[in-house]
Design a binder for this molecule. Structure first.
Ligand SMILES: *Cc1c(COP(=O)(O)O)cnc(C)c1O
Length: 434
């Protein structure tokens, strides 16, 4: 039995089989590595899938090992924790998840969180101090705007923003203005913006920051990559330092969990890890396990949803009851199309549908849908539709709503993996009901 004990938990973690990351010089793709990377079945009774490790703490082999692990986790010794200590810091399921999450963007490291918002909050706590200014793109996810503006505002942190579609000159002017207000602690982006779908030129933001700051004081550039990542947009390749996710959306993909993630350079990730270790914003083992299952089909799901969205949008664009469709795949010319070609490999499956009419027509359409569910959120296997002006953005002031294009005839749609012709039939009959 002694042998068996050695095969589980912290003891065995020190000798897993080395991961196969390439074969004959061919670097294996994330979609291949999602099935096995970071887990050796021999360490868990031969189980093909990792068990869910429901434990609050991990037993050290001896006192010296415990000391070594703590030296790693407290930063007394560089290189991070060598072994597992306590489940607020990490666990096997979360570590496998983080190893696999990082692969999509070739990131040095990754962290998982209990929600997208807890990932964002932990990131902000890691890099900001009183008197700092956050330079951000606008609009941001509503809870992120509340967190930075209202909650961090109480701690003396200010923010300035540029519109998501801003030019390099406009971004540079915003950064200059911020420098005049205080230390710029963080550049925080979200692209595409919701519900405008305006794309941020991450490459331009990086050029502006490299020119405006000495290398040793350049603020980290973080971007909320929930809408297109990790399949269709990989901002770490375009100059961002940290790419963050509500894993609740496409990565989780089944509308059955809430989680967050951050990928990026080891140095910055370690600073965020230190805060996460302190406050406990890590995801739980069960959710981490669910996400491992989700990541196995991430490419399949996102590809199918993307293909479905292209077909549905092509149908909607020409429909007589539709005013316009805000879908990235329809960008053909101008600055937004240029950003799209440089930054994105797909148009996603979330778009803005502007009907002819107002709230009455939008509500009639939403109430008539038979396959698509009337719910907020996005990126799941099922198609969802909602009315931003009356739901997610209800509390946004009228002038801001108008500036963002959040009109009463706007319906937000997230396409799932159903049969595309069934979806078109559903949208067609719902439009007839308008
Ligand atoms: C949903 C969402 C979040 C928040 O994520 P939670 O998992 O709900 O905490 C942040 N940013 C974007 C763009 C989102 O869509």
């Amino acid at each position: 039995m002694a042998d068996e004990n050695e095969l589980t938990g912290a003891t065995a973690r020190r000798r897993p089989k080395p991961d196969v990351l390439e074969i004959g010089g061919r670097k294996l793709k994330p979609s291949t590595l999602m099935m096995g990377h970071g887990f050796d079945p021999a360490l868990s009774e031969g189980a093909l899938k990792p068990p869910i490790f429901l434990t609050s703490t991990f037993v050290f082999e001896n006192a010296a090992a415990g000391k070594r692990f703590f030296e790693g986790v407290t930063g007394k010794r560089p290189g991070g924790a060598e072994g597992l200590i306590y489940s607020r810091f990490n666990g096997p399921n979360q570590e496998i998840l983080e190893d696999r999450l990082g692969l999509w963007e070739d990131a040095e490291d990754a962290l998982s969180f209990s929600s997208g918002m807890s990932a964002i909050a932990t990131l902000l706590l890691a890099f900001l101090q009183p008197g700092d200014v956050v330079v951000q793109s606008g609009p941001l996810y509503a809870a992120t705007e509340t967190l930075i503006g209202r909650i961090l505002g109480r701690f003396g942190i200010q923010w300035v923003d540029f519109p998501a579609g801003a030019t390099e000159d406009e971004i540079a002017a915003t950064v200059e203005r911020a420098k005049g207000m205080g230390r710029v602690g963080l550049v925080y982006l979200e692209s595409p913006a919701n519900p405008t779908n305006a794309l941020v030129d991450v490459e331009a933001v990086r050029r502006v920051c490299d020119a405006a700051f000495d290398a040793d004081v350049r603020p980290p550039i973080a971007i909320d990559n929930t809408f297109l990542g990790p399949l269709w947009q990989q901002p770490l390749r375009h100059g961002a330092d940290l790419s963050l996710y509500s894993l609740t959306k496409y990565a989780g993909g089944h509308s059955d969990l809430v989680a967050g993630g951050i990928t990026g350079s080891r140095e910055l990730i370690n600073q965020i890890r230190m805060i996460r270790n302190t406050i406990g914003t890590i995801t739980d083992p069960n959710t981490a396990w669910m996400l491992l299952r989700s990541l196995e089909t991430l490419e399949l799901r996102m590809s199918r949803a993307g293909e479905n969205a292209a077909k549905v949008c092509a149908f909607l664009r020409d429909h007589p009851k539709v005013e316009s469709v805000g879908y990235l795949g329809f960008l053909t010319e101008g600055r937004q199309a240029d950003i799209y070609r440089r930054h994105c490999t797909g148009a996603g499956s979330t778009f803005s549908l502007y009907l002819k009419g107002g709230e009455k027509e939008s509500f009639a359409f939403l109430d008539a849908l038979k396959i698509a569910h009337l719910a907020v959120s996005l990126g799941g296997t099922e198609t969802l539709a909602s009315h931003p002006a009356a739901m997610t953005h209800l509390s946004v002031p009228e002038d801001r709503k108008a500036a963002l294009g959040i009109t009463d005839n706007l319906v937000r749609v997230s396409i799932g993996v159903e049969d595309p012709d069934d979806l078109i039939a559903d949208f067609d009959q719902a439009l007839k009901a308008v």
